[in-house]
Design a binder for this molecule. Structure first.
Ligand code: XMP
Length: 315
């Protein structure tokens, strides 16, 4: 049985012992990086700098929420606006692995600049067991090179500190609850963010569509769960397909985009089952998405595949 309190005490002690100078952490506001940041800050205080990089691929309102989280946890933090850098680097890139590698690399370069300025010698990361297992650490073939592992260049010049290395998601959540980390109940969100929910080229317009669609899916499913109409899935979001299909708008033919709704139940993200969402809630989401983005989206589909054979994200 996992003992969260024992884990916290052990890790805070280990970090205090091993991290002698200043450290930096890339903190997306997700449960993994927030827990790693809070553990490290308990161990070394303001010698830790939590850096939030606004890549432009975050969810609606997320940057403000993360800022609030940092403040309430008393972390030493910095918000870096790097949107132009990320959109520029992904111009014309459509391959999912290529996207991850580029995003991972840019993230690290941004951190490196921040780390240099701060004088950090250590890089704290919220890597958890499924991240490295699925990134082909000799355990399984590479499925997806998650950017926080596969995208790491070897010439970083900082010593890694990864306190959550052996943990699975449910254990991280237990630790988060114990530490009072508000992100503890948030659903998982991939490091490359909306860029891997936007199939094909990542443009500002595509990201705006998928951001709004993700917001609608999250909002409707959360409301339905609160009303007792369904269980809250493990993960629920939207993806945008690169293809177009024919539809009608008024009495005219429209050639629009397709949004996919994805909702799954899981315990550790290694396997997942698609959620059996009541049809009236699917209907509501479909109408709201197409009404909100009338001129762009004319089709909404629901993904009814499990993992395996699919993965949770579409890229
Ligand atoms: P898949 O899509 O591989 O996802 O079934 C399993 C879990 O990992 C998340 N995910 C990522 N997390 N960097 C991350 O930090 C990534 O590149 C990445 N890709 C997928 C996904 O949201 C799910 O929770």
């Amino acid at each position: 049985m996992f003992d969260a309190e024992k884990f916290v005490n052990e890790q805070v002690g280990k970090i205090a012992e091993s991290v002698k100078g200043k450290a930096i952490i890339a903190c997306s506001g997700g449960v993994d990086s927030m827990v790693a940041a809070v553990l490290a800050s308990r161990a070394i205080g303001d010698r830790l700098l939590a850096v939030y990089v606004d890549s432009g691929f975050m969810r609606k309102g997320e940057t403000g929420e993360v800022r609030g989280m940092f403040e309430s946890m008393g972390l030493n933090f910095k918000v870096v606006d790097a949107q132009d850098l990320f959109f520029g680097a992904l111009e014309g890139v459509t391959d999912p692995e290529q996207k991850r590698k580029i995003i991972g690399e840019k993230f690290i370069r941004v951190f490196e600049a921040e780390a240099k300025e701060f004088g950090a010698e250590y890089l704290v990361q919220g890597t958890i067991a499924p991240d490295w297992i699925e990134s082909g650490d000799g355990v399984r073939d590479t499925i997806k090179s998650h950017h926080n592992v596969g995208g790491l260049p070897k010439d970083m010049g900082m010593t890694l500190c990864e306190p959550l290395w052996d943990l699975y998601k449910d254990e991280v959540r237990q630790v988060a609850r114990l530490l009072g980390v508000k992100a503890s109940e948030r659903q998982p969100f991939p490091g490359p963010g909306l860029a891997v929910r936007c199939l094909g080229e990542v443009t500002r317009e595509n990201i705006e569509i998928v951001r709004e669609a993700c917001f609608i899916v999250e909002d409707e499913i959360r409301k339905a769960a609160e009303a007792g109409k369904m269980d809250l899935p493990w993960q629920y979001f939207a993806a945008l397909l690169p293809s177009r299909s024919v539809g009608v708008q008024g009495d005219r033919r429209a050639y629009g985009r397709t949004v996919v709704i994805r909702a799954v139940s899981s315990t550790d993200a290694m396997t997942a089952e698609f959620s059996k969402i009541p049809i009236d809630i699917l209907d509501k989401m479909s109408r709201r998405i197409t009404n909100t983005m009338k001129s762009q989206v004319n089709r909404v589909v629901y993904d009814i595949t499990n993992k395996p054979p699919a993965t949770i994200e579409w890229e």
